[in-house]
Design a binder for this molecule. Structure first.
Ligand SMILES: Nc1ncnc2c1ncn2[C@@H]1O[C@H](COP(=O)(O)OP(=O)(O)OP(=O)(O)O)[C@@H](O)[C@H]1O
Ligand SMILES: [Mg+2]
Length: 534
């Protein structure tokens, strides 16, 4: 059988032959275009690396913001990382081998074939990864971490009330969020703002969220130098007499992450005047800084965050220059939470017989922890008639209007004071109110004033005897939740609201000369007794 030209043409044009030729040509192409392929691979890997950096940066920021990065994002980042390493090794090998070929000046066809083929395959892998990564540019890379139930370790006396858990968590999230510069926490007196920021402070210190944390109480009459001094000493900064704001500002803009907590703010503060940065640039004009006579560094204050607590929402709103400030209200406790704190302090076990009046007595505290603790402590271990009596008295107390104090709070605290036994405990309580607001009250000073003012009932003359008595009374007041522990054994503190109630009692009773107190609401924090400062 003879084969004609037409048949030969048919065979040559058949699929099988075309495929074989194409395959053969592509193999030849690896050798001819090996340089072009390598160049393309280098270009593509640079593009992939740019995309990788953008997505990796967003993933890191999401992690810093306590978010969970999606699994497929991690997988992609890891794959790209692997691919980049692989291509790098491949290109290094190529350079090495090129050098040795150059020495013997022989065109190594097999080597060129391998380079061309490998680079072509790698280009395909790189392009696939690049296309996969493109979808992460438009969809979210992360999601909020589920709220942990027992994620935080709190101090022994701190109750993590359900209604406040999410606020606490949001505060911690905001601390991690680089776009939030300030956090405002507001709520009525005695509701638990200071207690909460104290926990925030400890947590921030413990888990290394910040390089340094400094907290101070601002109070009604702002003492700028005291605020600066207290912040500086906690930041390990020694302030000179002049240019204090500038020195503090430089310290807070040294590039490290610093948390500044300003507790008990009454009026909008000029933070720049104190030396606390409020913007993210080195722009002094923007900060509206006073002429304080020392040069400013040009460091970044991005690392400085400020938390303020205040009784007035207005203060938060007025300090809110932009969305950089996030506000959190702290409300009074729910009935269930109030009751749980009450039973805990009064040591009423679930099984024991709860006096029928107990819940009503608890309600009289208006959901304010400061009042709940004081009233519950006074009723601890008391028989039923004491509870009945308590309820009757709490209902019949005359409401006294004191600026910024919930009438329920006044009644509860006054009632706790009236229950204090022995009488010397009441004298000691009133004596403490004569010290400056938020002062650390020295036990020795209490002893000296007790002797000088003949405050104690008993006829004690020796200093040590009086000291023992004062210490015993201080213990009674602490157990009654009317005095707080100080920084060490030799000092105690009085809550500002309890001090206000104590001052009001002294005015009514005229137990201390009235000139010793300034009129409340004006300047109760003027020094009257004691030079001891925290
Ligand atoms: N979460 C809590 N767990 C246990 N006790 C609490 C809690 N919050 C507040 N208390 C009690 O209430 C008292 C008053 O709370 P805190 O000093 O935090 O109130 P505040 O809102 O800062 O009041 P002020 O506006 O007068 O400064 C505390 O000394 C503490 O005994
Ligand atoms: Mg407070």
């Amino acid at each position: 059988m003879s084969i004609g030209v037409g048949d030969i043409f048919k065979i040559l044009c058949s699929d099988g032959v075309i495929k074989t030729c194409k395959a053969g040509w592509s193999h030849v192409g690896y050798v001819i275009h090996y340089k072009k392929n390598i160049q393309k691979l280098e270009d593509e890997i640079v593009r992939l690396d740019d995309e990788w950096r953008r997505i990796d940066g967003s993933a890191q920021r999401a992690r810093d913001n306590a978010e969970v990065v999606e699994n497929d994002v991690w997988m992609w980042l890891m794959s790209v990382y692997g691919m980049k390493a692989e291509v790098e090794v491949f290109l290094l090998d190529m350079v090495r081998e090129n050098k040795s070929c150059f020495k013997c000046s022989c065109p190594n066809i097999h080597w060129r074939y391998w380079l061309g083929k490998e680079s072509k395959e790698k280009i395909a892998g790189v392009i696939t990864l690049k296309e996969e990564g493109a979808k992460f540019m438009t969809c979210p890379l992360s999601h909020r971490a589920p709220l942990p139930d027992v994620g935080f370790t709190f101090s022994a006396n701190y109750e993590a009330f359900d209604s406040r858990k999410h606020i606490f968590e949001e505060i911690i999230r905001s601390l991690k969020d680089p776009s939030i510069k300030m956090i405002g926490i507001y709520g009525p007196s005695g509701v638990g703002k200071t207690t909460m920021v104290e926990e925030v402070r400890q947590l921030a210190k413990r888990n290394g969220l910040f390089h340094s944390v400094a907290m101070t109480t601002v109070s009604k009459a702002v003492e700028k130098e005291k605020v600066q001094g207290e912040l500086a000493s906690q930041l390990g900064l020694k302030l000179d007499e002049y240019g204090r704001a500038g020195q503090l500002l430089n310290r807070l803009r040294n590039g490290q992450k610093t948390l500044v907590i300003l507790d008990d703010v009454w009026e909008p503060l000029d933070l720049a005047d104190i030396g606390i940065p409020t913007t993210d640039g080195g722009n002094n004009e923007q900060l509206n800084l006073p002429d304080i006579g020392i040069p400013f560094t040009t460091g970044s204050d991005m690392g400085c965050k400020v938390v303020i607590t205040t009784r007035k929402q207005r203060v938060c709103q007025m300090m809110q220059k932009s969305s950089e400030l996030k506000n959190f209200p702290i409300h009074v406790l729910t009935k269930t939470e109030a009751w749980s704190l009450f039973t805990k302090v009064a040591e009423i076990s679930v099984d024991s017989e709860i006096p029928s009046e107990a819940k009503e007595v608890c309600d009289k505290c208006g959901g304010l922890p400061v009042a709940i603790r004081a009233v519950a402590a006074a009723l601890k271990g008391k028989a039923e008639h004491a509870w009945k009596d308590a309820l009757r008295q709490l209902k019949n107390y005359k409401i006294k209007e004191i600026a910024d104090i919930d009438p329920n709070l006044f009644i509860s605290l006054k009632w706790s004071y009236d229950r204090l036994e022995p009488k010397d405990a009441r004298s000691c309580f009133l004596l403490c109110s004569l010290f400056k607001e938020d002062a650390e009250i020295s036990i020795d000073e209490l002893v000296r004033y007790s002797i000088g003012m003949r405050l104690l009932d008993q006829n004690l003359n020796i200093f040590d005897e009086v000291r023992d008595r004062v210490l015993a009374m201080v213990d009674v007041l602490k157990i009654s939740c009317l005095l707080l522990d100080g920084r060490n054994e030799s000092v105690v503190k009085m809550h500002d609201i309890i001090r206000d109630v104590a001052i009001s009692i002294t005015e009514d009773k005229h137990v201390v000369p009235t000139h010793m107190h300034e009129k409340r609401g004006k300047a109760t924090n003027q020094v009257k007794l004691g030079s001891h400062q925290p």
